[in-house]
Structures are given as structure tokens and as C-alpha cells.
Design a protein around this ligand. Structure first.
Ligand SMILES: O=c1ccn([C@@H]2O[C@H](COP(=O)(O)O)[C@@H](O)[C@H]2O)c(=O)[nH]1
Length: 276
């Protein structure tokens, strides 16, 4: 999906919600757990219910990989079920030497029909580049993540080498944004920014004004949709805000899909107010 198509979807739907399909067999409703295709059946019901309220789905591959072959099959069937109107993200956090990243890119962009893959930037340009070489596909690089451990490396200040002592030394995540932004364009590169890092949103936008941000951390992790929307939206919206557990586990009973729809609709309603 191109940037223009994504922006059109956001405008049409008046939503920048990404529903996270972090589907865990132990957390889905009891009546589905014994179904031979439980994960796929659950995902299908969630997708049918939330489709009008979101523009994207994010499949966190860990939940599927953990189930072995059956999990990979459920992932593939799920991604094929999502219509092409919706932006399909493999949250796989890949990245390796170029020769290996090329195979990861093939796995998600050729063997499977994802629009984007999340990528860890630690191994540098050759590890990210293979994900940027597909027309209409995207790398979503980890910038400032939503977890507590973001302070272990991402929020560490680098020792200044330019002699500008009056300036605060750069955070590692800022260096990542500035450097990685040169490897791609706002048409094939997004960044992950956690909704739990509100004090950094304005700074992030000053460094990468045009890129889309994939924002996990609202809902179960307590981040604020209002904060991210007011501080980091750009002229194209520029945001995909993810909620996984808050939507898919809105109810643990037979009404799970109806309740997921209701939560997705609430997010869409709030998003509408920030878009106008
Ligand atoms: O910084 C990050 C990067 C990725 N994630 C992923 O997003 C979802 C969040 O799930 P919730 O249930 O809405 O909390 C999940 O797949 C994470 O692995 C993140 O949370 N933070």
C-alpha cells in the first residue's frame, strides 16, 4: 500500500486505528479454544467486527511463531483474510546481516502479503535496506519504544563530539531517527514511537516531521491517545495508533467480537475529533 492510499483510507474512515492481533490461545473465549482453527476463527470474527473502524491490523508474529507450524498457518490465513483496503503490519522486529534480512523481507513481502515489517535498527543500514527495496512496502523501524527498558539504551545520551557543550547531548533514539531517516523516505519508512513516552513526542516530530509513526502503548499500557494525537499528528495524519489487548480481549465471553467492535468504534470516535 502506498502512502497516498493509506492517507486516503484514514480520511475516508476518519480513523488511524491499528488493531493488534496478539492472539493467545489461553486468552480467547473458552467456547473457541477447542476449535481446530481457534486462532484463525477468533481473528476472523475480530476482523469482521472492527473493519469499519480501523485502517490497519498488526499481527505480532511472536504469538503465532510460539505455536509452531499451526501458528504460521494461522498467521498466513489471517493476513490473507484482511482486505487490501487495510494496512497489514508484521510486528516481527527483524534485522540481521543484509544477506539474511533479504530472506526476512522475502518471507513477509513475497511468501506472505504484508505491507510492512517492524525492524530493529541495531545492526545498521545493511540490516534495514532489504526491507526498503519493495515498491509499496514499508520498514517500520523501532525509534523510541513503549517499554520500561527504553531507558536502558534508547534514552541514554551520547557523548557529544561536536563541541557544542551548551546543547543537551543527543539521545541514542534521536541518533537512530536522524540516521535511519536518510536510508529511506517517508514513502517507505515509518518509526515506532511508544504512546507511553509523551514528553518526547514534540521533539520526535521536530526530527522527523513527515514520517508516519506506528504508536503502540494506548489501552493496556496506559498511553494517551489525546497526547499523541495533539502533539504528533502531521498534515497527512502521520499516525497509526495500535491497540491490541484493549480491543481483542474487550470481553472474554461469546460477545467478544461485539465488544471489540464497541471499543474500536470508541477509538474511531475520539480519533475523528483530532482529525478535524
Ligand atoms: O514499543 C513497542 C513496540 C511494539 N509493541 C507491540 O505493540 C503491541 C501492544 O499491545 P497492547 O496489548 O496494546 O499493549 C504488542 O504487540 C507489543 O509487542 C509495543 O507494545 N511497544
Amino acid at each position: 500500500m502506498t502512502r497516498q492510499q493509506l492517507v486516503e483510507q484514514i480520511q475516508q474512515k476518519q480513523s488511524y486505528l491499528c488493531v493488534g492481533l496478539d492472539t493467545d490461545l489461553t486468552k480467547i473465549p473458552k467456547h473457541l479454544q477447542s476449535h481446530p482453527d481457534a486462532i484463525y476463527e477468533f481473528n476472523k470474527a475480530i476482523i469482521d467486527a472492527t473493519l469499519p473502524h480501523c485502517v490497519s491490523y498488526k499481527i505480532n508474529t511472536a504469538f503465532y511463531e510460539a505455536m509452531g507450524l499451526k501458528g504460521w498457518e494461522a498467521m498466513e490465513r489471517t493476513v490473507n483474510y484482511i482486505p487490501d483496503t487495510h494496512f497489514k503490519i508484521a510486528d516481527a522486529k527483524r534485522g540481521d546481516i543484509g544477506n539474511t534480512s533479504t530472506q526476512y523481507a522475502r518471507a513477509f513481502f513475497e511468501a506472505m502479503n504484508f505491507d510492512a515489517v517492524t525492524v530493529a535498527p541495531y545492526m545498521g543500514e545493511d540490516s534495514v535496506r532489504p526491507f526498503l527495496e519493495y515498491e509499496g512496502k514499508w520498514a517500520i523501524v523501532l525509534g523510541l519504544t513503549s517499554n520500561k527498558g527504553a531507558s536502558d539504551f534508547e534514552l541514554k545520551q551520547l557523548v557529544s563530539s561536536n563541541g557544542e557543550e551548551h546543547l543537551r547531548a543527543e539521545f541514542l533514539y534521536e541518533r537512530v531517527l536522524r540516521t535511519v531517516a536518510k536510508w529511506g523516505t517517508p514513502d517507505n519508512l515509518m518509526f515506532v514511537v511508544g504512546a507511553t513516552q509523551p514528553e518526547e513526542f514534540i521533539n520526535i516530530r521536530s526530527i522527523i516531521p513527515d514520517h508516519f509513526l506506528l504508536v503502540p502503548g494506548v489501552g493496556a499500557q496506559g498511553g494517551s491517545l489525546k497526547d499523541i494525537s495533539e502533539k504528533a499528528m502531521n498534515n497527512d495524519c502521520g499516525l497509526l495508533v495500535n491497540a491490541s489487548r484493549a480491543v481483542i480481549y474487550a470481553s472474554g465471553k461469546e460477545d467478544f467480537a461485539t465488544e471489540a467492535k464497541a471499543i474500536a468504534e470508541q477509538y474511531q470516535f475520539e480519533m475523528k475529533s483530532y482529525l478535524c
